[in-house]
Design a protein around this ligand. Structure first.
Ligand SMILES: Cc1ncc(COP(=O)(O)O)c(C=O)c1O
Length: 411
C-alpha cells in the first residue's frame, strides 16, 4: 500500500456521496452532461482571498491566470482580486473578457511575439519585460502606435525560494533580466518615453516553508531597493512574486500564511526610503484555486492483473497530468483520491486507478486503500483546481474533452 495526500477538510460526504459546494458529486456530473468533469467551488476560492486579505492587509493580490483560466471562474476571481497576471496574448484576451481593467493586467513570459507586444500596448496592459531585446521591440512598437507603453522589468533575481517545487530564479534563466543589467534598462525605458511601472521579481513556486518564503520576500525587497537606488528611480509597483504552495502529498503540511503576512508587514514598515511611495503585490495561482477543484471521472472497467486490481476510468493524464506524476515530479506520489459515490465508507481493498490512455504513464493513484468500487462509480481526484486542464495534453489520443463547472459562484 502507498500513502496519498490529504483531502482538503472542506470536502465532506452525505449519505455516501462526496459533496462539492454542498452538492452530491453524481448530481453535478449528471447536470454537466457526464464525466470527466472538473468542478470548482467558488466559495473555497473566496475563503482563500479573504484569508489572504486578513493576513496581508494593505497588500495587493494578483491572480496568475495560468493556474486555471476557466472563464466563469476567471470572471468570478477578476472581480475579487487587484490584478491578473497573464502569460500569453490568449490569456490576456481572457483577462480582458473577464472584465479586469487593462491597467490591472500584467503580461510576463519569455518569447513574446511582436503581435503580442502590440496587442498589450494597444490595450494598455503592463508588459513585464523579459529581455533587453524585448524592451527595444516594445518601445519601437509603442512608437509606431503613437502610444506610451506601460513597461515593467521582470528581474532574474540572484536567489531562489529555498525548497520550492519550481525554481524560477538564481543563475542562468530564460526568465527575467539579470539584476546587474536592470538599472541601465530602467533609465533606457524612461528616456524612451515609457510609463515605467516597476519590478516583477518571481523567485519560485510551490513552496511550503514559511521561513523560506519570508527569506525570499526579504531578499526581493532588498533587491528592488538596490536596483531602484542604482537606477535613481522610484518604482511605482514591486510585484514580490508568490510561490505559496499547497500540500499535495502524504506528510506535507499547509503553508502558514499568517506568519508570512506578519513578517512581510514588518519588512514593509522598515523598507528603504526609495520604496516609500511604492505599492506592493503578491502574485498567486495554485494557493488561491488549487484546493477548490475536484476532477471527477467514472470507472469504466474493473480488472485484475497478476493479483493487482485496476480501476480503469474515463479520464486520465490528458486532463490531470499533474496527478499522474508527469508534471514536474521526479518520483511519482499519490494525490488524494476517493470514490465519490461511496464516500466516507470504510476502506476495503488496495487498488490502482488508471486513466483510459494507452500508456503506462496514465496513472491516477497507485496501490491505495479504498472502498470497493464498481464500473459506474465516480472517482474524485482532489487538488485539481490549479494546473489541471490548463497544464495537460488534452489532445493526446483523441479522447473527449473534459467538462468544467463552477459551483457556489452565483452573485
Ligand atoms: C511568473 C509566474 N507567476 C505566477 C506563477 C504561478 O505560480 P503558482 O501557481 O505556483 O502560485 C508562475 C508559475 O510558474 C509564474 O511563473
Amino acid at each position: 500500500m502507498k500513502p496519498m495526500g490529504t483531502i482538503p477538510e472542506e470536502f465532506r460526504g452525505e449519505r455516501g456521496q462526496l459533496l462539492v459546494g454542498s452538492r452530491p458529486a453524481a448530481e453535478l456530473a449528471d447536470e454537466a452532461g457526464g464525466t470527466p468533469l472538473f468542478v470548482y467551488d467558488a466559495a473555497m476560492v473566496e475563503a482563500r482571498i479573504a484569508r489572504f486579505r486578513r493576513a496581508f492587509a494593505g497588500m495587493s493580490v494578483h491572480y496568475a491566470v495560468k493556474a486555471n483560466a476557466y472563464s466563469p471562474l476567471l470572471k468570478w476571481i477578476a472581480s475579487r482580486v487587484d490584478g491578473l497576471d497573464v502569460a500569453s496574448a490568449g490569456e490576456m484576451a481572457l483577462a480582458l473578457d473577464a472584465g479586469m481593467s487593462a491597467d490591472a493586467i500584467s503580461f510576463a513570459g519569455p518569447g513574446k511575439r511582436d503581435e503580442e507586444l502590440a496587442a498589450a500596448i494597444a490595450a494598455g496592459v503592463t508588459l513585464n519585460l523579459e529581455s533587453a531585446g524585448e524592451a527595444e521591440r516594445a518601445l519601437a512598437i509603442a512608437d509606431g502606435q503613437g502610444r506610451r507603453p506601460r513597461l515593467a522589468i521582470r528581474v532574474n533575481p540572484d536567489f531562489e525560494i529555498r525548497g520550492s517545487g519550481m525554481r524560477m530564479g538564481g543563475g542562468a534563466k530564460p526568465f527575467g533580466i539579470d539584476a546587474h543589467q536592470v538599472p541601465a534598462l530602467v533609465r533606457r525605458l524612461i528616456e524612451g518615453g515609457a510609463d515605467w511601472r516597476g519590478f516583477h521579481i518571481f523567485a519560485g513556486s510551490q513552496a511550503l516553508s514559511a521561513e523560506a518564503l519570508i527569506e525570499a520576500q526579504q531578499s526581493t525587497l532588498a533587491l528592488a531597493a538596490r536596483l531602484a537606488e542604482e537606477a535613481g528611480e522610484r518604482p511605482p509597483l514591486v510585484n514580490l512574486g508568490g510561490g505559496f504552495g499547497i500540500p499535495y502529498f502524504a506528510g506535507e503540511r499547509p503553508l502558514d500564511v499568517e506568519t508570512i503576512g506578519a513578517a512581510l508587514k514588518a519588512s514593509i514598515r522598515q523598507r528603504p526610503p526609495i520604496l516609500r511611495e511604492t505599492a506592493f503585490a503578491i502574485e498567486l495561482g495554485r494557493w488561491l484555486v488549487g484546493e477548490a477543484g475536484v476532477y471527477l471521472t467514472r470507472i469504466v472497467d474493473r480488472k485484475t492483473s497478476h493479483g493487482k486490481t485496476f480501476l480503469v476510468t474515463d479520464g486520465g493524464m490528458h486532463h490531470q497530468l499533474a496527478a499522474s506524476g508527469n508534471f514536474g515530479q521526479v518520483v511519482r506520489r499519490n494525490y488524494p483520491v476517493a470514490i465519490a459515490t461511496r464516500f466516507d465508507e470504510a476502506t476495503e481493498e488496495e487498488v490502482s486507478i488508471v486513466g483510459c490512455l494507452c500508456t503506462p504513464l496514465d496513472r491516477l493513484a497507485d496501490d491505495v486503500m479504498l472502498v470497493r468500487a464498481e464500473p459506474g462509480d465516480l472517482v474524485a481526484v482532489f487538488l485539481a483546481g490549479a494546473y489541471g486542464l490548463s497544464a495537460s495534453p488534452q489532445a493526446f489520443l483523441g479522447h473527449p474533452a473534459a467538462r468544467e463547472m463552477l459551483v457556489n459562484g452565483g452573485d
